[in-house]
Design a protein around this ligand. Structure first.
Ligand SMILES: Nc1ncnc2c1ncn2[C@@H]1O[C@H](COP(=O)(O)OP(=O)(O)O)[C@@H](O)[C@H]1O
Ligand SMILES: [Mg+2]
Length: 251
């Protein structure tokens, strides 16, 4: 479904991603974990076509998206939904307008059809009847769920999540995790989740990749990752300050 090949990304003379390889199979939930500043958000932006890499390829369903024109990209984008770290809702739009955004802009659907999709997606994320609230009236967890409803409104095949559980309480973390699993089970969606929330990663992923020094240094099932002998993965999973990984990167 998604193949990342020899990917590199540099900014301001700093190498963020270097010769990175990853393959995500259709219908799988794959989490990418790594310390703050390891390049998780950057990788997600490159994989979802929001940012062009410095080198290498991102292949979505046999199409290399790294050299597409904006027009060609616009044809692929509806197949992908992105749930940003802070929800990134439009503050001046209602919940309804936020969820309907892609549908209004990218489809020819009638108002009635859009209404029923918005209603369905809000129910799916556990927020029925919130259409006329403003984002500022919602808790952080509700904003993330509206953001998810917006991402799935266009029926994407692939969902990208940036830190979907950061800043949420443990119960809401489970709710969001269950939703991510539901997207796979009910809608057959392929998900790429970028996170450092280990509990949630191990609960929701079919496979887990570890990003370190610009590369994927380990990739396997939760059991395989738990049993790995790689000292960097062990340090991260066990949360030990001392070890080969230098902690204390940026955001
Ligand atoms: N637009 C940018 N300008 C300068 N540096 C950036 C930019 N985007 C990312 N970086 C740098 O790339 C590195 C990885 O950032 P990021 O992808 O946000 O990591 P993570 O999401 O894992 O915390 C950081 O060192 C960050 O400072
Ligand atoms: Mg990030």
């Amino acid at each position: 479904m998604i193949t990342v090949r020899n990917l590199s990304y540099s900014i301001d003379g700093k190498v963020v991603l270097e010769d990175l390889n990853l393959h995500v199979r259709q219908g799988e939930n794959v989490s990418i974990m790594g310390v703050s500043g390891s390049g998780k958000t950057t990788l997600l932006k490159v994989m979802s076509g929001l940012v062009r890499p410095s080198g290498g390829q991102v292949i979505i369903d046999h199409t290399d998206i790294t050299h597409l024109s904006e027009e060609e990209m616009d044809r692929i984008r509806p197949r992908m939904g992105v749930v940003f770290q802070y929800g990134a809702l439009f503050d001046s739009l209602t919940v309804y307008e936020n969820v309907a955004f892609g549908l209004t802009r990218r489809t020819q659907l009638k108002k009635q059809e859009i209404d029923s999709i918005v209603e369905e997606k809000l129910s799916l994320v556990g927020l029925p009847g919130t259409e006329y609230l403003m984002p500022s009236q919602l808790s952080g967890g509700m904003q993330k769920r509206v953001s998810l409803a917006r991402a799935i409104a266009v029926n994407p095949d692939i969902l990208f999540y940036d830190e979907p559980t950061s800043g949420l309480d443990p119960i809401m973390t489970t709710v969001i995790g269950d939703l991510i699993v539901d997207m796979r089970n009910k809608l057959g969606v392929t998900s790429v989740i970028v996170s450092h929330d280990l509990r949630s990663i191990f609960a929701t992923s079919d496979r887990i990749a570890m990003l370190c020094d610009g590369k994927i240094i380990a990739y396997g099932t939760p059991e395989e990752i738990k049993d790995t002998r790689d000292s960097r993965v062990r340090q991260f999973v066990e949360g030990r300050p001392e070890g080969p990984i230098r902690a204390g990167g940026g955001g």
